[in-house]
Structures are given as structure tokens and as C-alpha cells.
Ligand binder design. Structure first.
Ligand SMILES: NC(=O)c1ccc[n+]([C@@H]2O[C@H](COP(=O)([O-])OP(=O)(O)OC[C@H]3O[C@@H](n4cnc5c(N)ncnc54)[C@H](O)[C@@H]3O)[C@@H](O)[C@H]2O)c1
Length: 406
């Protein structure tokens, strides 16, 4: 008998692989945008027995050819043709943030479910518009991939719910990367257009901290590091304090200025779950040696399945601790460590591929009518915290939140 994905959560990883292979009705997925984000998800889509990639829309002919060759899928230059393709039942929107509203709306109005890259939109008004449109069309929105889907985050949520650390009191999240010195478009360096670390990186940290807190956020106090490098004139760093209900509070800090490498605190494993070599490579210096930044960026899009990152462990978003009455949780790329008065216990998180959990969520939402945690309202709540971060830093005051749910 074929098991449902929900039932599969209770079986061993070996049994799961066998049972997953018996899925007979995979979700027929279309993709809008074959750039970096798609390249990071391509292996998970390819490997997932519940998903089949049937078509894509992308203006870049090289990326289109690569997709046809690797997935045997149809390609279009225009998203309108993709969403109107009767073979496509759900669309992964992996175009730049500024196009998410237009592309997601086209898919929703064509009656297709959407998996929208984070942030779901740049403005809160646009996020609300998508939520309303999806309700009217009776289709599902999932916002991701984001690091709140990572296996260790999900496992920590379960262990907390089982009472393993008692009452949650405080959460700490810290990450430092080279984000600002990866190749960027002009929009990605303009805060007004959704550029900088707030809309692209804080949203990951906010998502996973919200999942671990498990109760609604109420208030944000923050400071941003804006334009410390005048050649990259947008936010490159931030610190914020989020007050949640039940007295839980969280501090979140991030720097994308390419000095300290936060992966050193994560067993020398990259954000994408790949072991890192010991030698130090400075992203600022690498970027300075590149003549055409946009061409360099485009080369990081989809070229082949072989060249896509191949994770060896779960992805992560830096150091995360949850402090409770009975014990303290630390996330690792392999699972969850809980330290009690008499020492630590390690709980491994079963690993298939990076991002498998995202596509499990898409599959169960469409085939088992499961309600995804990271739905449109969830995505809007995280986006609201991004805006609150900017506002609090600008005014110096705490910002009260209005769109949060548990
Ligand atoms: N979840 C993650 O880990 C992750 C990682 C990177 C990017 N992202 C998100 O993915 C989105 C895209 O970022 P990116 O870094 O991949 O950008 P990118 O520029 O590398 O890729 C965007 C792709 O969309 C294509 N495109 C542009 N206009 C289009 C149109 N009208 N129709 C179809 N395709 C079009 C571009 O040609 C490009 O190939 C952003 O919202 C970003 O936040 C998420």
C-alpha cells in the first residue's frame, strides 16, 4: 500500500526512501526564473519522487537550454505561457523579489498553487493582495524555500513541543556571511527595491526563530548597519530584539560584510550543507577581480544538475540557541543538541537531500490537503518583521506588530 507523506514522518529513513518511490501521482511543477535560487533547489526537485518538473519560463536562452537538457521539460520565455500551460498545476516563483507579485498573481489567477521564494513580496500591501487573490481562487500559497524548513529546525520544534527543554525563555540567532559581496544587481543593492540583507537574509532568520518560538511575535526593536561600505549602499548588517507572547524574547544578529565566516561556528559547513575547505577566501577580493558583475551573477544560475550545490548535511542559517527551563537547544547541520545539567544529548535529523522538506510541504499541501506552516499569512508576518526592523532602526523606537499569528 502507498503511504502518504504525512504517515512517512513516522518511519525510518530507509523505509521512507522505499515508500516515497511508490508515489504514483507527483505534483506537476512549473518554474518561473532559472537563476541562482532555482539552481539551489534543482537537485531537491529532481530527486523528489512527489514532484515532476514539467515546464519553466526564463528569458535567458542558456538557462532554458540547460533545463530542457537536464529535466526534459518544456520552456517558455514568458511567464503567461507557463501559467496557462494545462500540464502545470503549481508554479515555483524564483524570479527577483520585484516580480513576485506579478508572477504569483498570474499563476493564482490561472488557478495554480504557488511556491513563492522569500520574501513573498517587497511591500506588505502586495503580500495582502496575493493572500486575498489565493483565497478567492481557492489555491494554496507556500513561501519558501527558507531556513525554517531545515530538518534540524523542524526537529527542534518537535522536541520543544514534547517538553524536552521545558518552557522556552529566550532564543539567540547569529550569522555572518559574505552576502553583500556575492554578485548583485542594482535592485539587490537598493533597500527601496527590496535589496540588502533585511529582505533577503533577515527573513530566513526571522522565519526560523518564529518557528522555534511557536507563539506570535509582538514587538521589534532594531538597529541596521546601513551602507558601512558606500560602494554597496544598502543594509549589510542588523541586530534586533523580538518580543514574543508568553514573555519569550529573541535576539537576531547578522553581518553580510565578509569578514568573520559564521560557518566556522557550524562545524565548518556552508549554509548549503557543504563541508568547507580550510583556506580563507575573501569574497570582497574575488568580486573586485570580476569585470562584469551581472555576467558573473548570471553564471551562478542554472547550468546543469552536476554543477548545482550537492549538500552533504542539512542546510543551516548559522548559530541558533533556544534556552529553556530544563535545557538548552543548539542547532547543528546534522541535528539538535540539548544540554542538560548533566551534559548534552544529540538528536540526529534524518537527511535525504537539502530542501526535501520544502517539496514534501508542496506535495502534502496539494495531494493530502495538508495546511502548510509557511503559507501566505506566515510569509506576510515575516515580511512585517523585516519592515519593522527598518522602521525601528530609522526611528529608534520599538515597533508594534499587527500581522502575526502563532
Ligand atoms: N531560498 C534561498 O535560499 C534563495 C537563494 C537565492 C535567492 N533567493 C530568492 O530567489 C529570488 C531570485 O533571486 P536569484 O538570486 O535567483 O536571482 P537571479 O537573478 O539569479 O535569478 C532570477 C532569474 O529570473 C529570471 N527572470 C527575470 N525576469 C523574468 C521574467 N519576467 N520571467 C521569467 N524569468 C525572469 C532571470 O533571468 C534570472 O535567471 C529572490 O526573491 C531571492 O530572494 C532565495
Amino acid at each position: 500500500m502507498t503511504k502518504s507523506l504525512t504517515q512517512l514522518c513516522c518511519v525510518s529513513p530507509e523505509q521512507k526512501v522505499i515508500a516515497l518511490s511508490s508515489i504514483s501521482n507527483p505534483v506537476r511543477l512549473g518554474v518561473a526564473g532559472l537563476g541562482r535560487a532555482f539552481a539551489l533547489s534543482a537537485s531537491a526537485i529532481y530527486a523528489h519522487p512527489g514532484i515532476i518538473l514539467v515546464a519553466a519560463a526564463e528569458p535567458n536562452s542558456e538557462h532554458r537550454k540547460s533545463l530542457e537538457k537536464n529535466f526534459g521539460a518544456k520552456t517558455y520565455t514568458d511567464v503567461t505561457d507557463l501559467v496557462n500551460d494545462p500540464d502545470v498545476e503549481a508554479v515555483y516563483i524564483s524570479t527577483p523579489h520585484g516580480l513576485h507579485k506579478e508572477h504569483a498573481l498570474a499563476a493564482i489567477n490561472a488557478g495554480k498553487a504557488v511556491l513563492i521564494e522569500k520574501p513573498m513580496t517587497v511591500s506588505l500591501e502586495d503580500a495582502s493582495l496575493l493572500i486575498e487573490a489565493a483565497k478567492k481562487a481557492a489555491v494554496k500559497i507556500i513561501v519558501g524555500p527558507s531556513h525554517s524548513f531545515d530538518g534540524p529546525v523542524k526537529l527542534a520544534e518537535t522536541l520543544i513541543a514534547e517538553g524536552k527543554i521545558g518552557r522556552v525563555r529566550m532564543i539567540h540567532a547569529l550569522y555572518a556571511t559574505d552576502f553583500l559581496y556575492r554578485p548583485r544587481t542594482a535592485a539587490e543593492l537598493s533597500t527601496d527595491l527590496g535589496g540588502g540583507v533585511v529582505f533577503s537574509q533577515a527573513v530566513h532568520q526571522i522565519d526560523l526563530v518564529r518557528r522555534l518560538a511557536g507563539v506570535p511575535a509582538q514587538r521589534v526593536t532594531a538597529r541596521t548597519g546601513g551602507a558601512w561600505d558606500t560602494n554597496r549602499p544598502t543594509e549589510g548588517a542588523y541586530s534586533m530584539l523580538i518580543d514574543f507572547s508568553e514573555g519569550i524574547y529573541a535576539n537576531l544578529t547578522y553581518s553580510g560584510y565578509a569578514h568573520f565566516d559564521g560557518d566556522r561556528l557550524m562545524e565548518n559547513t556552508s549554509e548549503l550543507g557543504i563541508p568547507k575547505p580550510d583556506e580563507f577566501k575573501n569574497a570582497r577580493k574575488i568580486l573586485e577581480s570580476i569585470e562584469d558583475e551581472l555576467e558573473f551573477k548570471s553564471s551562478r544560475g542554472f547550468t546543469s544538475l552536476e554543477t548545482c550545490p550537492q549538500a552533504k548535511t542539512h542546510e543551516h542559517f548559522g548559530q541558533v540557541f533556544v534556552f529553556g527551563d530544563r535545557g538548552d537547544i543548539r542547532l547543528t547541520p546534522n541535528g539538535v543538541e540539548i544540554t542538560y545539567c548533566d551534559g548534552p544529548i544529540f538528536y540526529p535529523a534524518p537527511f535525504r537531500t537539502a530542501r526535501a522538506e520544502v517539496f514534501d510541504t508542496l506535495y502534502t499541501a496539494l495531494r493530502e490537503q495538508a495546511s502548510p506552516l509557511q503559507d501566505g499569512e506566515w510569509g506576510r508576518a515575516s515580511l512585517e518583521i523585516c519592515h519593522a526592523l527598518l522602521k525601528s532602526s530609522e526611528t529608534g523606537d520599538a515597533v508594534i506588530l499587527n500581522y502575526q499569528k502563532g
